[in-house]
Write a protein that binds this ligand. Structure first.
Ligand SMILES: Nc1ncnc2c1ncn2[C@@H]1O[C@H](COP(=O)(O)OP(=O)(O)OP(=O)(O)O)[C@@H](O)[C@H]1O
Ligand SMILES: [Mg+2]
Length: 364
């Protein structure tokens, strides 16, 4: 027989709360952590049936309420209950809360009800759901287009021009697909803390050239200006990751601005850093939206960007990768006028002075 009075000390030390109920399911004791989780007071809870203290809703009411409830079965047969790790939804005075519940019969006939906050688990699971549903939707769009166009090419004898155009479209969609898959992998690497940088002393101009190459289709026909400070030192960066940062920011600048508008990439030395900025004259971002855009899956439901596809992972990846290098990202923007995204990356050497002949050589 377990002495119920010795339980509080033991159980109070767990991160979860607990309640004790008697044979009838009425609360006879409870720990302060449980009160916190349930948003109730000892006075309000004591002596009441547990289903009135932990107010589950929907089908889940059957866990605690009624003669056939899981609780009743536990009390009469000793059957243990371990609720789903993602929790059961309970209504509390502070709003709905996801609680994971466990039921154990006690030697004296009552039961121990363990209550834990499942919101952290929930967040992870929701994040996973979102990852799967958003990304699979985004992946399907280019794939459907590729499939449809290949089918047309196979089924009909098209003229040379039409064929070329269609193959061009297929290529573009395949590029989009490739980029999406890369984004998903990058984001999941950052999420799990597996992302690592291999630092090298490199020329920013090389990384920019490569990023522009990657975005060839998006860049073609656009006015893109690159202005690098003549004294720009090399940077200490992971070449592939720096390229990825630039690809994401450049692609946004091109994507969220009219085709006729210009995009400017600039870089200047700033103390022991190089500061790179990408400026566009596009749709801009309202102040209240700026912070959240660096979180996963955040996109602004702007009517003018409804047609541009995206997962909302780009800036999340940019922020993660810049921070892996020890740098920072910032955004300044005027809604309707344009945005500037800037980041810092460590420089590999002191800023070069133009005075000497060395600096005149420029890149190499
Ligand atoms: N230069 C910009 N000008 C205006 N809005 C921008 C700009 N860059 C980003 N945004 C806004 O921030 C959102 C998030 O950008 P992010 O790059 O993370 O995702 P995305 O471009 O929607 O998709 P993808 O994952 O394909 O990059 C965009 O959907 C857009 O609403
Ligand atoms: Mg983007």
């Amino acid at each position: 027989v377990i002495d119920a009075t010795s339980l509080p000390d033991i159980v109070e030390s767990f991160a979860q709360g607990y309640l004790l109920v008697d044979r009838d399911g009425k609360v006879v004791a409870l720990a302060s952590r449980a009160l916190e989780l349930l948003g109730t007071t000892e006075r309000a809870a004591a002596g009441r049936h547990i289903s009135k203290v932990i107010r589950l809703s929907g089908v889940e009411t059957a866990v605690l309420e009624g003669p056939d409830s899981v609780l009743q079965r536990c009390l009469s047969t000793g059957a243990e209950f371990n609720g789903p790790i993602s929790g059961l939804r309970a209504e509390t005075p502070d709003g709905p809360r996801f609680l994971s519940l466990q039921l154990r019969r006690m030697g004296w006939g009552g039961a121990l009800v363990l209550v834990a906050d499942a919101s952290a688990v929930r967040e992870v699971l929701d994040g996973h759901d979102a990852l799967v549903s958003i990304t699979s939707h985004e992946l399907k769009t280019p794939l459907t287009a590729i499939k449809a166009m290949s089918e047309l090419l196979l089924a009909y004898e098209l003229g040379a021009d039409e064929r070329r155009e269609m193959i061009g479209d297929i290529y573009k969609q395949a590029e989009r697909l490739e980029m999406l898959i890369k984004e998903i992998l990058d984001a999941s690497q950052l999420d799990s803390g597996r992302a690592q940088v291999t630092l090298q002393d490199i020329f920013l101009s090389d990384a920019i050239d490569e990023a522009v190459d990657d975005l060839e289709t998006q860049v073609s026909g656009r006015k893109l200006t690159i202005k690098l400070d003549p004294e720009l030192p090399r940077v200490k960066a992971d070449p592939a990751k720096l390229r990825q940062i630039l690809v994401n920011l450049l692609s946004n600048a091109l994507k969220y601005s009219p085709d006729s508008s210009a995009v400017l990439v600039q870089a200047t030395p700033y103390r022991e850093w190089v500061r790179v900025s990408i400026k566009d004259h596009g749709i801009g971002i309202r102040k209240e939206d700026r912070e959240r855009l660096f979180k996963k899956f955040q996109r602004i439901p702007d009517p003018s960007n409804r047609k541009t596809a995206g997962t909302g992972l780009g800036l999340y990846i940019v922020k993660g990768l810049v921070e892996l290098h020890g740098g920072e990202v910032e955004v300044t923007s005027t809604h309707g006028k344009g945005s500037t995204f800037a980041f810092t990356i460590p420089s590999a050497e002191p800023a070069r002075r133009v005075a000497g002949a060395v600096a005149a050589g420029g890149r190499r």
